[in-house]
Design a protein around this ligand. Sequence first.
Ligand code: ZN
Length: 79
Amino acid sequence: MGILDTVTDMMAGSTQHAPGNAGDDGSEGSYWCGDCGVRVRDVAVDDEGLDRDDNGTPACPDCGESMRFERASGTGCAC
Ligand SMILES: [Zn+2]
């Protein structure tokens, strides 16, 4: 994903795509492991192949602890 996203952004040029805008791919935030500093966006959890518990909370790929969801800040549009 990373490189492709960057290229796509560059190709798109100066459209109104604000850095850090988390709204255009369905992402509502990220999961964090505070101990390891691992961060996985909610839309990437399945791509990363992380295990989920009964609540749908992914487990840290490094330590196996439940990760903490952190809603993306500054989402301009919730509609
Ligand atoms: Zn961890």
